[in-house]
Design a protein around this ligand. Structure first.
Ligand code: 13P
Length: 259
C-alpha cells in the first residue's frame, strides 16, 4: 500500500477545509486515478472533521484526525475520544507529531497510550517520529528515532487487520522547503523497518505496517522518495494545502503504486 497523508495542522478555517476537501475528492476521482494500492488521507482540524467527513464519505479519499486522547470517555477537559473520531468516520489518526511533542509536551508514554487506544477502536495510528537538528548533529539520529518507535509500540501486537503506519519526519526540515535526501530518508526507513520486524515479527511487520516520509515533501521530490526501497508514502504539511500540488502528488503516488 502507498500512502499520501495530508496534515492540514491548524492552517485552515472550516469553510477552507471544506472547499479543499471537495477539490481533493473531485480531482482524485476526476483524474480517473485508480485507488488500488493507494490511500489518500485528509487530516483536518478536529472542528472540521464532520464537514470533511461529509465530503469524503463513500469516496476513495479517507479521513484522518490529527490527535486523539487515550481514554474512551471521562473527565478529560478539552480532549477528544477515539470513540468520537470513529463515529465521525476517521480511519486514521496522527500520533506524536513533533509539533505536539514540542509545544504540548507529548511524551513517548502518551504516544504509546494513544497508539493502543486507537488500535482498540479500529483506527490506524500514524506514529510520527524524528530527530531534532541538535540530536542529528550529536550523532544521535538513529538512537532517538528507534527509541521513539520502540516506546510507541510497547505492548502492541497487531491482530486481525490492525495496521500501524510510522511516519519518519526529521523535525528540523519540517516546513523549511528543504527535505532530507531520499538516500538519507531511506537509511532511516531501513532502520525503522528492522525495528518493526524485531518488535512485531517479520510477517506482521511486512503485512501490517508501513513507513512513510514527512518533511518538506512536494511534487518535485516525491517520485525520488517513493523510488527508494522501504518508503511507502508521505505525510505532507505545506504542499497538502494547495489543491493542484496535492493532486500532482496523488498522481505521482498512484504511478509509484503501479510501478
Ligand atoms: P511540511 O510538509 O510542511 O514540511 O510538514 C510536514 C509535516 O509536519 C507533516 O506532518
Amino acid at each position: 500500500m502507498r500512502y499520501l497523508i495530508a496534515n492540514w495542522k491548524m492552517q485552515l478555517s472550516e469553510p477552507e477545509s471544506e472547499s479543499l476537501a471537495r477539490g481533493v475528492v473531485q480531482r482524485w476521482a476526476g483524474e480517473g486515478a485508480s485507488a488500488d494500492g493507494v490511500s489518500v488521507v485528509l487530516c483536518p482540524s478536529h472542528l472540521a472533521l464532520e464537514r470533511v467527513a461529509s465530503i469524503t464519505k463513500g469516496t476513495p479519499v479517507a479521513l484522518g484526525a490529527q490527535d486523539a486522547f487515550w481514554m474512551d470517555k471521562g473527565a478529560y477537559t478539552g480532549e477528544i475520544s477515539p470513540v468520537t473520531l470513529r463515529e465521525l468516520g476517521a480511519e486514521y489518526c496522527l500520533v506524536g507529531h513533533s509539533e505536539r511533542r514540542e509545544f504540548l509536551g507529548e511524551t513517548d508514554e502518551m504516544v504509546n497510550r494513544k497508539t493502543l487506544a486507537l488500535l482498540k477502536h479500529g483506527i490506524v495510528p500514524v506514529i510520527c517520529v524524528g530527530e531534532t537538528r541538535a540530536e542529528r548533529e550529536a550523532g544521535k539520529r538513529n538512537a532517538v528515532v528507534i527509541d521513539q518507535v520502540r516506546a510507541a509500540l510497547d505492548g502492541v501486537s497487531l491482530v486481525g487487520a490492525q495496521t500501524v503506519v510510522v511516519a519518519y519526519e526529521p523535525r528540523w526540515v519540517i516546513g523549511t522547503g528543504k527535505a532530507v535526501t531520499p538516500d538519507d530518508a531511506a537509511e532511516m526507513h531501513h532502520l525503522i523497518i528492522s525495528a518493526l520486524h524485531d518488535l512485531l515479527g517479520a510477517d506482521v511487520a511486512e503485512r501490517q505496517t508501513a513507513v512513510i516520509y514527512g518533511g518538506s515533501a512536494d511534487s518535485s521530490n516525491l517520485a525520488a522518495f517513493l523510488a527508494m526501497p522501504g518508503i511507502s508514502g508521505t505525510l505532507v504539511g505545506g504542499a497538502s494545502l494547495k489543491q493542484d500540488e496535492f493532486a500532482a502528488m496523488a498522481r505521482i503516488t498512484a504511478d509509484a503504486a503501479r510501478a
